[in-house]
Every structure is written in C-alpha cells, then in structure tokens.
Design a protein around this ligand. Structure first.
Ligand SMILES: NC(=O)c1ccc[n+]([C@@H]2O[C@H](COP(=O)([O-])OP(=O)(O)OC[C@H]3O[C@@H](n4cnc5c(N)ncnc54)[C@H](OP(=O)(O)O)[C@@H]3O)[C@@H](O)[C@H]2O)c1
Length: 236
C-alpha cells in the first residue's frame, strides 16, 4: 500500500462504525483515500476500522452536537488541511411505529436535528476545507426515497420529513458550491440489511454503498443537485 502524502485526498464518512457508512468507508479506503471514520463512540469506530481492508482513521463526531462538530473540523484542519469527499451518512429514527397525526414531535425534532441539520452542521464546518482548487470534491447526502415528495405516504413521518429536508439541503449546497466545482448530490441506497433496514432487506451494505460511491466517483463535469439511486435519477 502507498503511504499517504499531503496530496492524498481525504474522505470523511459520518456514522461509519456500522451499516452502509462502514461499507462506504471500507471502499473509499481501498480506493486510496485517507479515510476518516467519523463516529459518536471512538471505541466502536476503532473496532470497525480494524475490520476494514485498508487503513482508516477514527475521529469522534456527534453530528447533533455543535461543539463536537467544531472540534472535529479543527482536528481535520490541523491534521490534513483539506477534505475532498464528505459523505453525510449518519441518521436515526426510521419511525415505522408512527403516523403523521400521532407523531411525537420531540422525536421529529430530534430526527431533523441528526438527519438534516446534522448534515448541514457538518457541511458548514468542513466547507472551508473543501473550498480550495482541486478536482474530485464531492458532498454525498445519504437520503432515502422515503423523503420523496412525489411518493410520500402517511408512514415514517419523522424520517420522511428529515430526508425531504436533507434533499432540500442538497439543492441549497449544490447551488452555493457550484462555482467552487464541488458536486453535491442526494442518493438513496435502496433497502439495505442494517440495524436500520432490518435483517430481511434485500441489499447488503456493500450493495447499498454502491449508490453512494457512484456519487463520489462521478467526473468533475458530472451532475450536481440531483437525487439518485444506482446512478439513476429519482423523483424529488
Ligand atoms: N438501511 C436502509 O434500508 C436505508 C434505506 C434508505 C436510506 N438509508 C440511509 O442510509 C444511511 C445509513 O443507514 P444504515 O442503514 O447504515 O443505518 P444504521 O445501521 O442504523 O447506522 C446509522 C449510523 O449513524 C450513526 N449515527 C446516528 N446518530 C449519529 C450522530 N448524532 N452522530 C454521528 N453518527 C450518528 C450511528 O452511530 P451509532 O452506532 O453511534 O448509533 C451509525 O453508525 C442513513 O442515512 C439512512 O437513513 C438506509
């Protein structure tokens, strides 16, 4: 394996200690990125990193905690001075037990705070490390078809709201970062067998990760401000 240098691109994956985030981090490390597993609990992050096929570092990050996000951004600035790829993957509360009229609004607020504002917080903190002139910079927001307004059901209301909001964030950031050449897209990984997706889901984490990796690997003149699964557009 080649030793990383100052020019080796840096990839950050939030919520990378399990599930789809871990599978994305594994592949990015294999692809030669200096890969940062950004995790709430570093012990669990280190356990995940030991299982990866290539070297990766672990950093503490709670996307719902502004101080944790600020400390995380400072550590990345001091250690690497750059971020090339940000995968906003961390999420909670696939609330299958709720409907819109009965929904616990405190839980809705907490869900928005992690799934949508968390991604916003991390993007704000890391954008200064991304807004420099080099190719290959991407923000990938790991969304869900549950957030599609076109296909909205009276189900998983907290989660659906949070992913619709995350998709709006994708549009906002894509517009602001287009002049910097940073491509920002939402992706749905499909239904994946993880703690969130449950054991009967048809896709493996690696299969779910493929949609995320597609949005990392698109060329610099590729799409921005879009919503995709398996590299194909989804309705908003
Ligand atoms: N699985 C599916 O079928 C499916 C379908 C569509 C979209 N997605 C999306 O795919 C992404 C990954 O889902 P998954 O299935 O891999 O879920 P998962 O197995 O439940 O993993 C979620 C990850 O997010 C982390 N996380 C939660 N809150 C966090 C916080 N405040 N700060 C930092 N990390 C936090 C968790 O860390 P802890 O271990 O510390 O809790 C965990 O690493 C999510 O955005 C999800 O909405 C999943």
């Amino acid at each position: 394996m080649q030793e990383p240098t100052k020019t080796t691109p840096v990839a950050v994956v939030t919520g990378a200690n399990r599930g789809i985030g871990k599978a994305v981090a594994a592949q990015l490390a294999r692809d030669g990125y200096r890969t940062v597993l950004a995790v709430r609990d570093p012990a669990r992050g280190r356990a995940a990193a030991r299982e990866l096929p290539a070297q990766a570092t672990v950093e503490q990050l709670d996307v719902a905690d502004a101080d944790s996000v600020a400390r995380f951004a400072r550590r990345l600035r001091d250690r690497y001075g750059r971020v090339d790829v940000l995968v906003n993957n961390a999420a909670v509360n696939y609330d299958t037990w709720q409907d819109p009229l009965g929904a616990d609004l405190d839980l809705v607020r907490d869900t928005l705070d992690v799934n949508a504002i968390g991604a916003w917080r991390v993007s704000q903190a890391l954008a200064p490390l991304m807004r420099r002139h080099s190719p290959g910079r991407r923000i990938v927001n790991v969304s869900s078809e549950s957030g599609s307004l076109t296909d909205m059901h009276a189900a998983t209301p907290a989660y659906a709201m949070s992913k619709a909001a995350l998709n709006a964030l994708t549009r906002l950031l894509a517009a602001q970062l287009a002049p910097d050449g940073i491509l920002v897209n939402s992706v749905c990984p499909g239904w994946v067998a993880t703690d969130m997706g449950g054991p009967t889901a048809p896709r493996t984490p690696a299969q779910g990760a493929a949609s995320v990796l597609w949005a990392v690997r698109i060329p610099d003149d590729g799409p921005t401000g879009g919503f995709f699964r398996d590299g194909q557009p989804l309705p908003w």
